[in-house]
Design a protein around this ligand. Structure first.
Ligand SMILES: *Cc1c(COP(=O)(O)O)cnc(C)c1O
Length: 342
């Protein structure tokens, strides 16, 4: 039985064409700045996002944490959505690496509004931490791949300018926001001082993230990357996969989005599930379990029939569509699930 894997868009495997790009990549020692393929990738992403410079890093986690560290001083306060990746899935990074105080904000679908930012800034007196940074995530993973409203992001930028706040974007899935909204990538990233994007999610590269920002800031990040142990040598073999992914796999994310809708509509027909349809905006489907079963029970039943997903809390599961999951696979998953779940 073929395993149908919807745990994440990170489970894709490099295609034959991508492996060919890896095989033929020109390489050099990237810590010396000598790897032509890494240099090409960094400039390619910077140009794509309308920023001055880029920096290749091994993971999105390292990318976010390098940015936070290069921007900040210990004791500064960072405003984040309560469900964000930077705080919930990066092993206390903001506290450990940067000594940041995090103010977790409850939001609708991941958007910290300009009004909330304004009201969260602490008074400047001897007692208070300095509120200095805001981080957003677009699309927002834990809210179900939701797209942040661009007009509101522009309003947050104005508040950042007024109060001298640094604005960071965890853009692991910014590609999905771009494809779903039709808003150009540089427009989506323009309000932010720094952006981290993933190549190993929907784009299908085996590894890697890229930071994009001003040239000065990227120089600081390069030093932090070495401190994090993220300086790599002939890493052009991986950067080549990233370039291939960027040049070939962005428009097809629309297929993942259509497949997620299809999957969500199919899951909505099960008595076991309630699907928050308004959150199905990109390639992620959250399914709330309304029967007596737990997420673990439901996942075990799905696993019996070769369909994989992950728990998102005790009564919720997440399924993610991706490059290696076709429409037929989604259809097949629903049919198999019907044999074990009501
Ligand atoms: C996957 C992801 C990251 C980075 O994850 P790594 O596994 O460290 O590459 C960052 N932010 C979001 C929103 C993500 O989904």
């Amino acid at each position: 039985m073929k395993i149908l894997d919807f745990r994440s868009d990170t489970v894709t495997r490099p295609s034959a064409e991508m492996r060919q790009a890896i095989l033929t990549a020109a390489v050099g020692d990237d810590v010396f700045g000598d790897d032509p393929t890494v240099i090409e990738l960094e400039q390619y992403v910077a140009d794509l996002l309308g920023k001055e410079a880029g920096l290749y890093v091994p993971s999105g986690t390292m990318g976010n944490q390098i940015c936070l560290k290069a921007h900040s001083q210990p004791g500064w306060e960072l405003l984040c959505d309560r469900e964000c990746h930077v705080v919930n899935y990066e092993v206390a990074g903001p506290a450990v690496h940067s000594g940041l105080l995090v103010n977790l904000i409850t939001t609708k679908y991941g958007m910290i509004t300009a009004d909330i930012v304004r009201r969260s800034i602490r008074p400047k007196n001897v007692h208070c931490p300095l509120t200095k940074m805001v981080a957003l995530e677009n699309t927002h993973n834990h809210h179900g791949g939701t797209i942040l409203p661009h007009d509101e992001i522009l309003e947050v930028r104005k508040v950042c300018d007024e109060f001298d706040l640094i604005f960071h974007l965890d853009g692991a899935r910014i590609w999905n926001a771009h494809v779903a909204t039709g808003i150009a990538l540089p427009e989506l990233t323009d309000p932010f001082d720094s952006v981290s994007v993933c190549l190993s999610k929907g784009l299908g590269a085996p590894i890697g993230s890229v930071l994009a920002a001003s040239a000065d800031f990227i120089t600081r990040c390069r030093r932090e990357r070495k401190l994090f142990g993220g300086g790599m040598r002939q890493v052009g073999i991986l950067a080549a996969a990233g370039l291939y992914a960027l040049k070939n796999n962005i428009p097809r994310l629309a297929d993942d989005h259509a497949n997620a809708k299809f999957l969500a509509e199919g899951l909505a027909e099960f008595e076991t599930f309630d699907i928050p349809m308004d959150r199905v905006q990109t390639n992620i489907v959250l399914a709330n379990i309304v029967s007596d079963s737990s997420a673990e029970d439901v996942l075990a039943e799905m696993k019996q029939v070769g369909v994989l997903a992950v728990p998102f809390g005790p009564k919720q599961i997440r399924m993610v569509t991706h490059l290696d999951a076709s429409r037929a696979d989604c259809q097949e998953a629903l049919e198999r699930m019907k044999t074990v779940i009501n």
